[in-house]
Design a protein around this ligand. Structure first.
Ligand code: AMP
Length: 125
């Protein structure tokens, strides 16, 4: 079910549980501000999610309310992970779903990194 991104942060969401270590994930990268792990239902040969460690519902919430350090750390983490996965030369796609029309399902900001094959058109036609 898509989530309403205007609701307050729900600390029972699945990525909050991953951040607290209550459920496992397949970690790719972690530092003080961000965690990256493989998507449980990959849509491409490489499909990694990068999340900030702070409690932000969506890109909208994060871009409005996160500190400059959190934003810089998160953006750099996304770039670092893509480089570490060897995706720069072949190319990759970033995607962040925000709210109902996008079908955001997990109410904790996440950027999808897709790569490992030609990814086709940007949106389904
Ligand atoms: P979105 O539709 O942008 O909210 O994407 C949520 C993503 O989270 C989907 O691609 C799911 O496959 C992924 N996902 C859900 N639960 C987990 C989990 N426990 N570990 C890794 N990925 C997950």
């Amino acid at each position: 079910m898509p989530i309403d991104p205007t609701l307050p942060y729900d600390d029972q969401n699945i990525f909050a549980k991953i951040l607290r270590g209550e459920i496992p994930c397949n970690t790719v990268f972690e530092d003080d501000l961000a965690l990256a792990f493989h998507d449980i239902n990959p849509q491409a040969p490489t499909h990694v999610l990068v999340i900030p460690k702070g409690a932000y519902v969506s890109w909208d919430d994060f871009s409005a309310n996160a500190s400059d350090a959190e934003i810089a750390g998160f953006v750099r983490a996304v770039g670092h992970v893509a480089r570490a996965l060897g995706l720069v030369e072949p190319g990759y796609r970033l995607l962040a779903n925000i709210g109902m029309d996008s079908h955001q399902e997990v109410p904790h900001l996440h950027v999808h990194i897709f790569g490992g094959k030609p990814l086709g058109p940007m949106l389904m036609r």
